[in-house]
Design a protein around this ligand. Sequence first.
Ligand SMILES: [Zn+2]
Length: 214
Amino acid sequence: MAGDKSPKRHAPMFELTGGNVCLDFINTLDDRPAQKPTELLKDYSDLARFGEQTGILTTAQTDALLEKAVLMPQDAADALDHARRLREALYEIFSSLMNHTAVPPSAMEILNRQVHHAALHTHLIQTKQSCEWTFDDLTSSLEGMLWPISRAAAVLLTSANVALVRTCLSPTCQWFFLDTSKNHRRRWCDMTKCGNRAKVRNFYARKRSALEKD
Ligand SMILES: [Zn+2]
């Protein structure tokens, strides 16, 4: 049966709270402030799943890439490596801009290389009234999902919205998000998660200090 050959897929695993796919991508290294951050892109299938969950890839495209990855394990490993490098470059770039410090040239170089790749796979198609950018078949390369991510980053970085990029106030989270709230005072990546986590932390901190006093 053909279905038996399909690589195993996980249940939805990414919390897409960033408001922009490139910020959600940065958040795939979880618990950044911790000594050992949690890698959410553990293998190529995670990367493909990220593409699927964010809507970059259709389910059929995801399946096609997963099958391709099984046949080309080295290329899949390289794609994952490039994805992680791009992610860390994006992290450095957005962090630098938020902190008003110079962007490390190495990070800019990595993003520029990816933006260049994306451009090579971008073309214009006619729409009803005008034209729009579209990508080549995203399954033509195991790195296809990186093209829309790179392009989204380039668009955000060159728009006024870049000033609305924030990190979650929770010191253990610091996930990135685009603050499109009305008064631009959003504090948490997700109120129901970090807002609550902060409450839980405060609860235990209070409990601890109460115990210490005993
Ligand atoms: Zn958070």
